[in-house]
Write a protein that binds this ligand. Structure first.
Ligand code: THG
Length: 768
């Protein structure tokens, strides 16, 4: 097979299938993927036009052929995918054109925002991957993805069940985020880590709008980049798109300079668009090699929404660790996850950019617990996580379910351990900390620690880990016991950083073990270590003294441009929340009253419940709802609209508010008062459309505002809507459609409603 991933020649992809099929008379409600069984010649004909136009790689008609979307249509995933690949291969006969198994989103939200588990998503993708590989696909392409977590499940399913190359393109909005809030950077580093062969952007916008997004992607990856824009923006009047093949190809030419490798079209494009691209790109060689040559590697870890680039002293919060912390130990033993979550939120609010998470203790199943904690933490905080374990089983389980690019803490120079941990870092694309100790313990001298660091880095490189993803921990001994050795740590830091060029991490507080007023020693040792080159102190972010040293150091070392962070942190008056120094000590056990706005904003269910109970001691039930719960939801909505928070946080917050409503409702029920009901609303996805993510989000939010939702589900005929409106005497109906093809049945439903129930108001969610 031609290696399309390692060439300076442009690879031409195909254009739209969906819009082409619509034009050939696809019936409403039919799954387009099934046409490969019922009308294979129609599918082959469309593919054939793209092959003729000069496409080097065409996407089979398998986008939605997953078990969830095919349910009820009478065909198995294997049947539909086999037919889809066959129809595409037939069109390629006699040419060099390759066929991709095309995989789109599953159409369901993953936990915690939705109900599909990560493992469930993996299984749905696996079924598609196996069928496509068996049917003879040349490449696997995931496209139009918006949820990085879903992509990860898909990529793992592809990598673990097929040896075909994998390409992934996600769909971004003009704010450079996907619908679920994923950034370009997070996509690039997570997928590069998972060993994907090419990454790209498709759909949603036209070439002009996607250009700056693609440019950002190109500067964030060493992988080949591909783009498939729509034929401009949708034209609401014509139901089509607004640029012609010539304009499209002309606009695509600008992508040459940013170093893309593959291009084609998405919605609204046709073989004519591809022909125009071919004529312009045929004689060009890509600039991908130049772009990749200019790539500047740096240590970065991320969650889908937040990337931490360790180019300044970066605080790693240490407190989610049963070691030395009774209340964490207790929380693990009692499965009290809210305490752990609150601890995470608190650390982030106090300036931790990364959270060290350790779930290893006697009496606890570390594998299950680490997984569970990682999933829960990622539902309430955006900070990337440092997985603190040397248990390969626990690490692998947590690396699997981590959303973003994770980091492992840790391996050391022991060969057996390195041989277990480095392959995990490689497979899951994690950065990794290496401790400068081996079977014989911590060496006393800096020189010896340097030798171990060198061995770790050399071994990591041999496993294919990028150097920038390796971080060395030089380790600290207690100054009270080994006073002479205290200065060996900064010395080792300096040597390792200068000669190996890797980042340095350190658990700082060991130094003060056995001495009074440990903070004094910790803070001064920290300054020495930073001066020697420390990048990542693991510490309690509530330690004021240490934090002051860090902020000051970042200014003095020129790592805080214009002293921006320092000013932001210290120019606020004392006691202002979020300045991290609001008069709170470093003890964790003080009881502060729970703020309901804060609890809902952070998505903390239990805290919201407690806050609601506290408020009910001095407020009326309806006042709690109208003055607290609803305004908190309004704040969330505003933050969402402004793009300050994203869908997962919105839903998490709404679910927290729901916990508050439940407390109030219980109280009202006990008083024999009617529970809160602000009115009834019927919701439905219209006939022919099975996309219900949008509808389900609206449902959660409206329920949380106290409305009673009559959810008619998806693919709902207009007479079913009318019937429900009459039966429940409803005055407001929400209709949803995702596909342009089903806008027609939305129109029909609206007309029928106007006729039967002229007083009923209608709200719609449409794909523009
Ligand atoms: N290097 C690396 N990883 C590490 C360490 C390191 N992980 C664990 C540890 N060291 C850093 N984390 C913690 C977590 C909790 C405590 C200390 C370090 C802790 N300390 C006090 C005690 O020991 O009694 C409690 C003090 C307090 O209450 O503030 O609990 O070196 N790579």
């Amino acid at each position: 097979m031609k290696n399309i991933f390692n060439t300076n020649e442009y690879v031409i992809l195909d254009g739209a299938m969906g819009t082409m099929l619509q034009n050939s008379g696809l019936e409403l409600g039919e799954r387009p993927e099934i046409l490969a069984i019922t009308h294979p010649e129609k599918i082959t004909a469309v593919h054939g036009m793209y092959v003729e136009s000069g496409a080097n790689l065409i996407y089979a008609n398998t986008f939605g052929a997953n078990a969830h979307k095919l349910a009820g249509f009478g065909y198995t995933v294997k049947e539909v995918i086999t037919a889809g690949i066959k129809a595409a291969k037939k069109a390629c006969e006699g040419s060099d054109t390759l066929v991709a198994l095309d995989i789109g989103p599953l159409g369901e939200l993953l936990e915690p925002a939705g109900t599909l588990s990560f493992e469930g998503a993996y299984e749905l993708f696996k079924e598609m991957v196996v069928a496509g590989t068996d049917a003879g696909a040349d490449v696997i392409v995931f496209e139009t993805m918006t949820d990085l977590y879903e992509v990860k499940a898909g990529v793992l399913a592809a990598k673990e069940n097929s040896s075909l190359p994998v390409m992934v393109s996600m769909t971004f909005e003009s704010n450079h985020r996907t619908f679920a809030g994923c950034t370009i950077e997070a996509m690039a580093m997570t997928l590069e880590g998972l060993g994907v062969d090419a990454i790209g952007i498709n759909c949603s916008l036209g070439p002009v709008e996607i250009f700056p997004i693609a440019k950002e992607l190109c500067s964030n990856t060493r992988l080949p980049v591909f783009v498939k824009p729509n034929a401009g923006l949708p034209n609401l009047k014509t139901g089509g798109y607004d640029i012609n093949p010539d304009q499209f190809a002309e606009q695509m030419l600008s992508y040459h300079d940013i170093g893309i490798s593959m291009l084609g079209g998405c919605c609204g494009t046709s073989p004519e668009y591809i022909r125009e691209i071919v004529s312009r790109f045929n004689n060009l060689r890509t600039k991908a090699a130049d772009r990749i040559g200019q790539y500047v590697p740096s240590l970065r870890v991320c969650s889908p929404t937040t990337t931490v680039n360790v180019d300044h002293v970066t605080i790693v919060g240490e407190t989610i660790n049963p070691m030395g912390r009774k209340f964490i130990k207790q929380a693990y033993l009692c499965d009290d996850m809210d305490t752990i979550l609150a601890c995470a939120v608190e650390q982030v609010e106090n300036g931790a950019e990364i959270l060290d998470v350790n779930a290893g203790m006697p009496g606890i199943d570390e594998t299950a617990m680490l997984c569970k904690v990682v999933k829960l933490l990622q539902s309430v905080v955006d900070a990337p996580i440092l997985l603190d374990s040397q248990n390969p089983e626990a690490l692998e389980a947590a690396l699997r379910v981590y959303n973003g690019k994770p980091m492992i803490n840790s391996t050391n120079a022991d060969k057996d351990l390195m041989d277990k941990i480095f392959p995990l870092a490689k497979k899951y694309g994690a950065a990794i900390v290496g401790l400068t100790l081996d079977e014989e313990g911590i060496p006393e001298t800096a020189e010896k620690r340097f030798e171990l660091a060198e061995r770790i880095v050399r071994t990591g490189l041999s496993y294919g880990i990028h150097k920038e993803d390796m971080v060395i921990d030089c380790l600290t001994l207690a100054a009270s016991v080994q006073q002479k050795e205290a200065s060996e740590t900064p010395k080792a830091i300096k040597m390792i950083k200068e000669q190996l060029g890797v980042r340095i991490l350190l658990g700082v507080s060991n130094i003060s073990f056995g001495l009074p007023q440990r903070e004094i020693i910790n803070r001064n040792f920290l300054t020495l270590a930073m001066n020697a080159g420390l990048d990542m102190p693991i510490m309690n972010p509530k330690d004021q003294g240490m934090k002051e040293s860090i902020y000051a150091y970042n200014v003095l070392a020129g790592k805080d441009e214009g002293a921006k962070n320092y000013i932001e942190k210290f120019a606020k008056p004392e006691g202002t929340p979020d300045n991290g120094l609001g008069g709170k000590g470093i003890k964790n056990n003080e009881s502060t009253s729970v703020d309901i706005f804060h609890a809902i904003r952070k998505g903390l269910k239990n805290e919201t419940k407690i806050a609601t109970e506290n408020l009910l001691e001095s407020m009326e039930e309806m006042a709690v709802i109208n003055e607290k719960l609803i305004p908190a939801l309004d704040v969330l909505g505003t933050l969402f609209e402004k793009g300050d928070i994203f869908l997962p946080q919105l839903i998490q917050g709404a679910q927290a508010a729901q916990a508050g409503f439940e407390v109030v409702n219980k109280r009202l029920a006990a008083k024999d008062t009617e529970t809160v009901n602000r009115g009834k609303i019927v919701l439905a996805t219209v006939k022919g459309d099975i996309h219900d993510i949008g509808k389900n989000i609206v449902k959660i939010i409206l329920q949380n505002y106290g409305y009673q939702i009559i959810d008619l589900g998806r693919d709902v005929a207009s007479d079913v809507v009318i019937e429900a409106v009459k039966k429940h005497d409803v005055k407001l109906v929400g209709l949803s459609a995702l596909m342009t093809t089903t806008l027609k049945s939305m129109e029909e439903t609206i007309q029928a409603l106007h006729k039967e129930r002229p007083d009923c108001k209608i709200l719609v969610g449409v794909p523009f």
